[in-house]
Ligand binder design. Structure first.
Ligand code: MN
Length: 243
């Protein structure tokens, strides 16, 4: 049976990210994100910076925007916020893993931007509703190429930052992560079985803020890479078709 016979329309192929120095692509399976992982950002969001257990949310895999680039300002918000994050790219998985076993899951690292419709997130928090529409919207996860650990090691310190129109908005150090990548993966593996292709956005430092149509951003992590893009005017909504 051919694909054409098996499916009623084309099944989408997996989203991918380039890999630095390779022609092969990294196929994305799932995108998980840590809610809060730098004390400075926990404080700016009104939270407790102590080591309470990390919490997670997710984005659809096809929210990933490989290498950034131009994207339209998303609908349903007037508060599009940037959050620069270290991204873990996994090539192995497992469930209920001890932190000591989690380094073996990491294929490499990338620089990601967890784009957020902040006012929808505030409303969801206030109403006790899910964050999906605040976090998991179309093109909400620009991401750099994946740098393999064989090439860059396992960065646990170094500058992480983001600028908008060349003005630095976020500037911190990976050493300030509350939960290490291994601890984060261990916690997450208690909740879901991790697998090759998963991306884990590890949380953002202080300095999150709005971007407007016309803005250019650049996000970087020392020793990992960078991703840049720009925000276009909102997409024209197609007129509803009436038959
Ligand atoms: Mn985030």
């Amino acid at each position: 049976m051919t694909d054409c016979e098996r499916y009623v329309f084309d099944r989408a192929s997996r989203p991918t990210l380039p890999v630095v120095g390779l022609t092969g692509l990294f196929p994305v399976r799932r995108v998980y994100c840590v809610g809060r992982n730098y004390a400075s950002h926990a404080r700016e969001m009104g939270g407790d910076p102590d080591r309470e257990a990390p919490f997670f949310f997710s984005k659809p895999a096809d929210a990933v925007v490989p290498m950034g680039g131009a994207m339209p300002y998303p609908p349903a918000t007037h508060e599009l916020h940037h959050e620069v994050e270290l991204v873990l790219a996994l090539d192995a998985g497992g469930a209920s893993l001890a932190p000591e076993r989690c380094r073996d899951l990491i294929y490499g690292y990338a620089v990601g931007v967890d784009l957020t419709r902040r006012q929808l997130q505030r409303e969801a928090k206030a109403a006790g509703r899910p964050w999906d529409m605040a976090k998991g919207f179309d093109r909400s996860a620009p991401c750099s190429a994946v740098a393999r650990f064989q090439d860059v090691g396992h960065p646990r310190s170094g500058a992480i930052g983001l600028s908008v129109n060349d003005e630095v908005r976020q500037a911190a150090d990976l050493a300030d992560l509350v939960w290490s990548p291994e601890e984060t993966l261990s916690h997450l593996s208690q909740l879901v079985e991790l697998a090759a292709g998963d991306l884990v956005f590890t949380g953002t430092p202080a300095g999150v803020g709005p971007m407007l149509p016309g803005d250019r951003y650049r996000a970087w992590i020392e020793g990992v890479g960078e991703v840049e893009g720009r925000v276009l005017p909102p997409m024209e909504q197609p007129a509803a078709t009436v038959s």
